[in-house]
Design a protein around this ligand. Structure first.
Ligand SMILES: N[C@@H](CCC(=O)N[C@@H](CS)C(=O)NCC(=O)O)C(=O)O
Length: 319
């Protein structure tokens, strides 16, 4: 009875995961979020600088930094210090694409935030909230919910200059943010749970990065992977997807077409649509489906630019 409850909760929550995100295998350590972050940050100079302790490591880091400074022509957009909120706490599932969308925004603007990893089965970390999904973002005591709404509210508060330059917002940016929420996210689950080996790979990541008890981990990995394999077939029907991989490749190509030769949709800097696409793809980038997508489409160059410019910020695990 208990077991079936657990499995049901997992299946449910894995829509989320479905959402699953997966970061690089190297990341999947059980240490703090901060160190996980460093593990998978591919181009962060501080990460490179602190990565190695020995002489050989120091030399390697120096070389990495030198090559980074040659490549790092893209800068983040730091906020005026008086606008940076004092305390930001993100309640999330590590593998949730919506949560990763919010993180891409926070990381890009270098806003320090704490992460509370929510247990998807009992959700005890968000028991205090009426809202039962993640992400939930607490900003100086105010609760914000729903990824796109969170980003809109943060954007209004934190980037008044951007708002002043384009008071009605940018139609192109709006259109592509909508495309992310209404189309791109629906392709993720069918792809990461496409067959048994991909479903297991995804759940391996989800259970090692998420907040699960030992028993939940065991149940989740196998029962969850099996369940999601079937759920993803249902999702394919629901969203009229015949070949999930082809649909993912097509979406990646559609996005590159939308860039129309620009470095970012926002031009020389990412806008909210760039951050949204990057955020939802970040969890799958190093899973089989993400690797295939980069290998078979033209999205890789843009993705690498985004990795460079977004990096990851002062993310620390809340105690
Ligand atoms: N529209 C919401 C969707 C949020 C959402 O569906 N979150 C999933 C996780 S990816 C969730 O919390 N599902 C409920 C659950 O896990 O029980 C957003 O953009 O934030």
């Amino acid at each position: 009875m208990r077991r079936s409850t657990t499995v049901t909760a997992l299946i449910f929550s894995s829509r989320t995961l479905a959402t699953a995100t997966i970061h690089h295998r190297l990341l999947t350590t059980n240490s703090t979020s901060y160190s996980r972050w460093r593990c998978f940050s591919t181009v962060s100079a501080p990460a490179a600088a602190t990565a190695s302790l020995g002489v050989a490591g120091a030399l390697a880091s120096a070389a990495a930094i030198a090559s980074l400074s040659a490549q790092s022509v893209y800068a983040k957009e730091p906020l005026p210090t008086d606008l940076v909120p004092k305390e930001v706490v993100l309640y999330q599932y590590e593998a949730c694409p919506f949560c990763n969308k919010v993180k891409a925004f926070l990381d890009y603007y270098d806003i320090p935030y704490k992460v509370v990893e929510v247990n998807p089965i009992n959700k005890k970390e968000i028991k205090w909230s009426e809202y039962k999904k993640v992400p939930i973002l607490m900003v100086d005591g105010e609760q914000l919910v729903d990824s796109s709404a969170i980003i809109d509210q943060l954007d209004q508060k934190l980037t008044p200059k951007r708002k002043a330059d384009s008071p009605s917002g940018d139609d192109e940016e709006k259109k592509w943010r909508g495309w992310v929420d209404n189309h791109l996210v629906h392709l993720l689950s069918p792809n990461i749970y496409r067959n048994t080996s991909e479903a297991l790979e995804s759940f391996d990541y989800i259970t090692s990065s998420g907040n699960f008890s030992f028993t939940e981990k065991l149940t989740a990995k196998y029962a969850g992977a099996a369940a999601m394999y079937f759920v993803s077939k249902k999702l394919k029907k629901k969203y009229n997807i015949t070949d999930e991989r082809a649909a993912l490749y097509e979406a990646a190509e559609t996005w590159v077409d939308a860039l129309n030769g620009r470095e970012f949709l926002g031009g020389s800097k990412p806008n909210l649509a760039d951050l949204a696409v990057f955020g939802v793809l970040r969890p799958i980038r190093y899973l089989r489906s993400g690797r295939d997508m980069v290998e078979h489409t033209r999205i890789g160059e843009w993705y690498t630019r985004m990795e460079r410019v977004v990096g990851e910020s002062s993310r620390i695990k809340a105690s």
